[in-house]
Design a protein around this ligand. Sequence first.
Ligand SMILES: *[C@@H]1O[C@H](CO)[C@@H](O)[C@H](O)[C@H]1NC(C)=O
Ligand SMILES: *[C@@H]1O[C@H](CO)[C@@H](O)[C@H](O)[C@H]1NC(C)=O
Ligand SMILES: *[C@@H]1O[C@H](CO)[C@@H](O)[C@H](O)[C@H]1NC(C)=O
Ligand SMILES: *[C@@H]1O[C@H](CO)[C@@H](O)[C@H](O)[C@H]1NC(C)=O
Ligand SMILES: *[C@@H]1O[C@H](CO)[C@@H](O)[C@H](O)[C@H]1NC(C)=O
Ligand SMILES: *[C@@H]1O[C@H](CO)[C@@H](O)[C@H](O)[C@H]1NC(C)=O
Length: 251
Amino acid sequence: MLFRALPLLFALLALCAFTVEARPMKGRVLSRRLTVEERSLTNAERMKRGLPPRAPVIGRMLPGRELLFDPTPASKAKRGSPSPSPTPKSFSGRVHIKATNGSHVGFLNNTDSGFPNVDYVGTPSTDIVVKISPSGKGPFDLVATNAAWAGSPLLGGGTNDTLSSDSVVIVPLSNTTHTAAGAPPTSKGASAIWSFDSTTLELTPKWTNLNGSSLVPTIGWHKESNLLFFIGNDSLIDGIQNVAVDFFLEK
Ligand SMILES: *[C@@H]1O[C@H](CO)[C@@H](O)[C@H](O)[C@H]1NC(C)=O
Ligand SMILES: *[C@@H]1O[C@H](CO)[C@@H](O)[C@H](O)[C@H]1NC(C)=O
Ligand SMILES: *[C@@H]1O[C@H](CO)[C@@H](O)[C@H](O)[C@H]1NC(C)=O
Ligand SMILES: *[C@@H]1O[C@H](CO)[C@@H](O)[C@H](O)[C@H]1NC(C)=O
Ligand SMILES: *[C@@H]1O[C@H](CO)[C@@H](O)[C@H](O)[C@H]1NC(C)=O
Ligand SMILES: *[C@@H]1O[C@H](CO)[C@@H](O)[C@H](O)[C@H]1NC(C)=O
């Protein structure tokens, strides 16, 4: 059954999702667990080609990178709207991650890799503080106000992969450049994917595919690699190694 296989397969899927050349062919990849060595090799290859490590399994590679954080990326500066609109009400706080049955999982954790993971230990000092300013029609950007990674502080989906209810393809939660509300992703992903319920404080993603179709994906947490991702159908994750979670702002 796909469910059973998925936990083992996920690590490879997650890594492959970042590189077109390593894209797995559906149905015949992932028949075994990747060794630690293989995982780091993939990243080592990336490093050799001058690319940053893309998978959180590698952890901290470039100490001091957080100093490069740029609070005013050009992509945001360009975002002025032509007609004056009321000052948006902003909400900020940490992101409380709960399993879909409501049980506590942890908080969104700051990482200099740009792939936020789950602080399940309970160390508030490393948690990401986000801000969302919903006004007008969403979805909206989620801005990390204390990002430990370099470049854009926006958090969204990190690739341009297509999510659908019949596919195990995932898009990682990661730092990304600005995209307009409901726009399909660029090759670096899409940012304005979040809606916010000011009563329940839930943050809900909506993913628009390259072909313009959209869906509300499930947020998944792969425990073993401590990676958060989006997937088109929650029935395709097993609930054991991969847990479906919801995000809530904790003001
Ligand atoms: C809620 O879901 C989590 C994750 O699947 C599970 O570990 C936990 O046992 C569940 N709790 C209850 C009360 O069902
Ligand atoms: C959370 O992120 C910090 C770095 O900011 C890291 O040291 C810590 O190990 C992370 N927590 C988990 C549970 O991975
Ligand atoms: C995301 O963070 C990584 C690690 O700091 C950085 O190398 C990359 O350029 C960032 N991506 C964007 C789109 O800002
Ligand atoms: C867009 O892609 C999705 C996912 O593969 C597919 O279900 C949908 O039918 C496509 N829509 C169009 C208009 O091609
Ligand atoms: C989600 O996946 C399950 C299991 O493969 C499948 O039975 C179901 O039809 C899928 N849902 C949709 C909406 O395609
Ligand atoms: C999707 O992203 C990949 C890089 O990950 C890029 O090579 C490709 O051109 C992008 N496709 C589109 C249609 O933007």
